[in-house]
Design a protein around this ligand. Sequence first.
Ligand code: 4NP
Length: 162
Amino acid sequence: MKQKIKVLFICLGNICRSPAAEGAFLNLVKQRKMEHLFEIDSCGTSGYHDGDLADPRTRKVAEKRGIRLTHRSRKLNKADLAHFDYLLVMDETNFLDVMSLTSEKKIQEKIFLFGRFRSDAGAPMIPDPYYKNETAFEGVQDLVEDCSLGFLNFLGEDKCLK
Ligand code: 4NP
């Protein structure tokens, strides 16, 4: 059997953006009946919220789109860097933080800004909504759904799914 494509979504706290992205991407691949092809997880560069469910605002906004988030926050570890095929970070700080954990080119090449897969020409970042209002959380949800589509298309074009 073909190896699963292993995808890890990474933000700072693993309670807002990366669990939203994990949920949106899983929802998309389920709709396409492709979930057997993937291993999908999320984590944070910090352990500030270790063991916590996603932020109530993240869960509320996802729930409105029919996505139930049950992930518990965890901190990124060294083994993740080797294990996952794609390390999808939400902003430049996450990018630099993950980059700083390795000097191996093979691992560095697996780190992508998730926002680069958005369909419009906006900045390739998923902005941190933690200190903002619910509208910001809706914006994050819209973006991670859009980027999930773009990423899945990228995997197809990249021949990973062919
Ligand atoms: P996230 O958002 O990185 O998208 O999960 C944050 C969550 C918590 C904190 C910062 C950002 N915090 O400082 O606790």
